[in-house]
Each structure stands twice: as structure tokens, then as C-alpha cells.
Design a protein around this ligand. Sequence first.
Ligand SMILES: [Zn+2]
Length: 57
Amino acid sequence: MAKKVFPEAMGRLYNRVFVCKVCKAKMRADSAKVRLGKVKCRTCGSHALRPKKKPLV
Ligand SMILES: [Zn+2]
């Protein structure tokens, strides 16, 4: 049985993953909270986060 890739599920997975612009740490967070500045990097404490892009496979 071949594994199926679900584009919607992939988008949902990556839409909620953010990367710290300072130390490149990845973290899962609510995008609304990130926009409100309520999420900070747990490694360096920075609020500079960007959403992780889907890998081009
Ligand atoms: Zn950081």
C-alpha cells in the first residue's frame, strides 16, 4: 500500500511551524499568537519569527 501525500495536511503542518530569525530554531506555534507577538523563541527569547516554508520535494 503506497503512502499518499495529502497537500492540505502538509500545508496545515507547515503553516504552524515557525523559524527564529536569530538562531534558526524551529517551533510549533499558533500563527495568530505569533502575529500578536505572544510567542517568543525559547532558545534566544527573540520575537523575530518567520513561518517555515514547505520543502520543495
Ligand atoms: Zn531564537
